[in-house]
Design a protein around this ligand. Structure first.
Ligand SMILES: Cc1cc2ncn([C@H]3O[C@H](COP(=O)(O)O)[C@@H](O)[C@H]3O)c2cc1C
Ligand SMILES: O=C(O)c1cccnc1
Length: 338
């Protein structure tokens, strides 16, 4: 049977929850490791978060999976990117040959990598003219993401490639969080100030055309989104139901996640923000969802690259949490009472 949006609505209303027993086991172990209490800062929070969402203690970061989804956007007809649309399919070939930034980051941090091209020869409709996708197309893209997670994956990074998709992410952000095109449009691949104004006007046109669906996040995704963005949303939701924590990448990946957040404010509790992108809308979008980024490196690439770098931090959290000695085992004196 063809997938439908109602199945994803159903998943969003029956989310798995964090395992309190394994989260507590992590907190208890943390308390006896040979360091002053709290001295590993965010690494301690990460170890507990991983344990809780993986539902196991000790937690692991041995089988990270990075999946990049690629899609093309009809809204490119409005002249909203510094690059031509054919770069999407050219970059897919580059990913397949190992030549993109994300290939090198996957290698550097021992992650598996795959790319899924989603009907690149058939771009979504220009959202200023029509819904970007039919309901069936949107559900199909969500399903592609839902089915993309490998057996044994213990942490997931989703990334994207799609010329024009910072305009799409900004339109989604405005529709989901409020505001106008000017509040969310940014340079993307490097458009001029005039280009940013054009992006803002295109987004405003999309918002007014699809005004009637703005109270339903999955309809917003269908009307203003794109295939790679729907696939990222499907993968993030699938990871939740499979007890796999997720690292969020930049503005575009976070806009996909924001669809889930607006449908259910608990839907991203299994997600950590890997980094904050230089694309200006990203910081605002993270703030709207109460997410603190792990890294801030001025990156603005997408492809999952910022989240892939954050794998190094998560690996550090797991290594210290699992490998350190306890005060008792190491014969180190514990803190004196006051
Ligand atoms: C060579 C190249 C590699 C990329 N890798 C990611 N993106 C990023 O830039 C695009 C979004 O920016 P805009 O909305 O301005 O088109 C997306 O494909 C995103 O993944 C790239 C862009 C280019 C040109
Ligand atoms: O932050 C991102 O996801 C981003 C920024 C610029 C271009 N592409 C993606």
């Amino acid at each position: 049977m063809a997938p439908s949006l109602s199945e994803f609505h159903k998943e969003l209303s029956s989310l798995t929850t964090m395992n309190q027993t394994t989260a507590k086991a992590a907190i208890a172990r943390d308390a006896v490791l040979t360091k002053p209490a709290g001295s590993l800062g965010e690494l301690e929070t990460l170890a507990t978060w991983l344990s809780g969402w993986q539902g196991k203690h000790p937690p692991s970061c041995d089988r990270p999976q990075i999946v990049v989804f690629a899609g093309n956007h009809g809204v490119c007809d409005q002249g909203i990117s510094a690059f031509p649309q054919e770069v999407t399919v050219q970059m897919v070939a580059n990913f397949e040959h190992g030549g993109a930034a994300i290939n090198q980051l996957a290698l550097a941090f021992g992650a598996s990598f795959s790319v899924q091209a989603l009907e690149l020869e058939n771009p979504t409709a220009d959202f200023t003219q029509a819904p970007a996708m039919s309901e069936a197309e949107c559900a199909e893209a969500l399903s592609a993401g839902w089915n993309s997670i490998d057996k044994g994956t213990d942490i997931l990074v989703v990334g994207e490639m799609g010329i024009g998709n910072t305009t799409v992410a900004a339109a989604l952000s405005a529709a989901l969080m409020g505001g106008t095109g000017a509040d969310w449009a940014g340079p993307g691949t490097g458009v001029s100030a005039e280009g940013i104004n054009r992006k803002a006007a295109v987004i405003d046109a999309g918002l007014s055309r699809h005004e009637s669906v703005l109270d339903d996040p999955l309809r917003i995704l269908q009307c203003l989104g794109g295939r790679e963005i729907a696939a990222m949303a499907g993968a993030i939701l699938s990871a939740r139901q499979k007890h796999i924590p997720v690292l969020l990448d930049g503005f575009v990946a976070t806009a996909a996640a924001a669809v889930l957040f607006k449908a259910n404010e608990q839907a991203l509790d299994h997600c950590y923000a890997g980094h904050v992108s230089a694309e200006p809308g990203h910081k605002k979008l993270l703030q709207a969802m109460n997410k603190e980024p792990l890294l801030s490196l001025g990156m603005r690439l997408g492809e999952g690259s910022g989240a892939a770098l954050a794998l190094a931090i998560v690996k550090g959290a797991v290594a210290t949490h699992t490998g350190m000695a306890s005060f008792a085992d190491a014969g180190v004196s514990a803190e004196k009472p006051d």
